[in-house]
Write a protein that binds this ligand. Structure first.
Ligand code: ADP
Length: 490
């Protein structure tokens, strides 16, 4: 099949979260399955120089309208694998910024995010329409590219695009919707008749994600449980009604893990290698991380960790409150993350007050993320909602027992002893409260005091397989259905 993916983030070029991991891996494994794959992404600032050096100019020039003005972009390409081309939309006025979506200092969204992503969506559509290899399916991701299905539909209905591709919209997170003032709708240059409550309008505002949910040929999200949850007001972020109307085209496909990157042996980020049958290296990673983070180097103290955006979604407040209680047990905790300033301050304060137990690094550090997963005995992920979540799956592979709230992808990827004693690999709790998290941590500490059972949990987790093959097969089937093909072909 000929497939064009579009995403604001693609690892290793730009990343703020799991969206980047997923789009990179999906593109790579679809290409390896023999499909012709393009991935369109903005040329963001901050790409490592070694990667910038791999970009080549592409003979393509974009001059696209945003309302009354026209903006220019060039296109560059990279070809990291056979069958796989990454198209970078190079428009410095929009993407040459210190942050991807917000100013890292003020933490405020860029004022022109609507302009930036309407422009990007138009660039994606332009490539889809005129690239000589004519993509058959366009797979767009999250609100940044959610206008693409509407642009495609409009051009197919009213602008002579007779062989327009089918569109898939994947929701990695329903909360950010790109909602903005109604006046920004004019930047789309679409007729006003799409701006109504059953399409792009949302309580008087313009909502790009809603437009995508209405016009995409099919909608997916990144776990089966989240696909069900978002049909309810509690998880629907105001769009559950729209989603219920489109329920017949909505499905959940759990993300895979790129085990070429997330592995415990042959991983350049780790001080020591280890395997499921020989965990000596894990103990060495723990000692190395304790030393690196300034904690006492103690093998007999359980080390807990988290790598996360510090937001209410991720339960950062629940961790803070639960730790206040649980630190009395003597456990150690490391955090890597950034986000809401009050949460950052809360973790810094905890580390100041408990220097022998809590170590915190505020920021983003891909290599440290690997070292933390490899060092930790337990991994805390008390998300209020979690479309898929990757770190709990990385934790399983790295032998850090996940302690998670039973929601979304966490529910789908972790097995609690109450569900299946023969395959237990993590600890789940239900209520989004600090008390429930503290109780789950106490269960973790009980497990810590039973080394044989703990070893079994680790073994189950490390042997669990979330490789991309399973997810890619599900996406292939979905694309095939859209194209009306009974039999799948590359
Ligand atoms: P989300 O996409 O909602 O932030 P996921 O668990 O799906 O959450 O994916 C998060 C990804 O981002 C993981 O690969 C995780 O390791 C990474 N990550 C998050 N915060 C940091 C950080 N501060 N430093 C390094 N990696 C991070």
């Amino acid at each position: 099949m000929r497939l064009l993916l579009a995403s604001s983030e693609v690892e290793p070029y730009a990343k703020t979260g799991g969206l980047a991991d997923m789009t990179a891996a999906l593109g790579k494994y679809l290409a390896r399955a023999g499909h012709q794959v393009g991935v369109v992404t903005p040329l963001h600032r901050g790409m490592p120089p070694a990667l910038v050096a791999t970009l080549e100019p592409f003979d393509w020039s974009l001059d696209l309208p945003l309302g009354g003005a026209t903006f220019h972009a060039d296109v560059k390409i990279a070809q990291p694998e056979p069958n796989l081309t990454i198209y970078f939309v190079d428009a410095p006025q929009f993407y040459d910024r210190a942050g991807l979506y917000l100013d890292p200092v003020s933490k405020h969204d860029y004022w022109d995010n609507a302009e930036r992503y309407i422009f990007f969506s138009k660039a994606v559509v332009n490539l889809a329409r005129y690239l000589p290899w004519k993509p058959e399916v366009m797979h767009v991701h999250d609100w940044h590219t959610a206008l693409v299905p509407l642009f495609v539909r409009h051009q197919a209905w009213h602008d002579g695009w007779s062989d327009a591709p089918k569109t898939v919209l994947t929701i990695h997170n329903l909360a950010p919707q790109g909602r903005c003032h109604a006046a920004k709708y004019a930047l789309t240059n679409l007729p006003g008749y799409y701006f109504h409550a059953d399409a792009a309008e949302f309580w008087g505002d313009f909502n790009p994600l809603k437009a995508g949910l209405v016009f995409a040929d099919t909608i997916t999200t990144v776990s089966p449980t989240y696909a069900r949850e978002i049909l309810t007001p509690a998880y629907g972020e105001g769009l559950d009604g729209v989603l219920r109307r489109r329920q017949h085209v909505l499905s959940g496909i759990l993300n895979g893990v790129d085990y070429e990157k997330w592995r415990t042996s042959g991983n350049p980020h780790l001080p020591a290698a280890y395997t499921v049958d020989d965990l000596a290296g894990k103990a060495a990673n723990k000692a190395a991380l304790q030393a690196e983070m300034g904690l006492p180097v103690r093998a007999n103290v359980p080390l807990l960790g988290t790598i996360s955006r510090l937001e209410p979604q991720k339960g950062a407040d629940l961790i803070l409150a639960a730790l206040e209680e649980m630190l009395a047990s003597g456990l150690q905790y490391v955090l890597l993350g950034s986000g809401r300033p009050d949460f950052e301050d809360g973790f810094r304060s905890l580390a100041r007050r408990y220097p022998a137990q809590v170590a915190v690094k505020i920021g983003y550090d891909a290599a440290l993320a690997h070292r933390i997963e490899a060092a930790c005995d337990f991994y805390l992920m008390p998300s209020r909602f979690e479309p898929c979540g990757l770190n709990q799956m990385y934790s399983l592979r790295y032998g850090a027992v996940p302690v998670v709230r039973a929601t979304g992808g966490l529910q789908d990827s972790i097995t609690d002893i109450r569900e299946d004693p023969a395959h237990a690999d993590g600890i789940k709790f239900q209520a989004p409260t600090a008390a429930a998290l503290a109780k789950a941590i106490r269960k973790g500490l009980a497990l810590w005091s039973e080394p044989t059972l703990l070893a079994l949990y680790r073994r189950h987790g490390m042997l669990k397989d979330f490789s991309w093959q399973r997810s890619v097969t599900a996406y292939e089937a979905l694309y095939g259905r859209l194209l009306g093909r009974g039999r799948l072909s590359a």
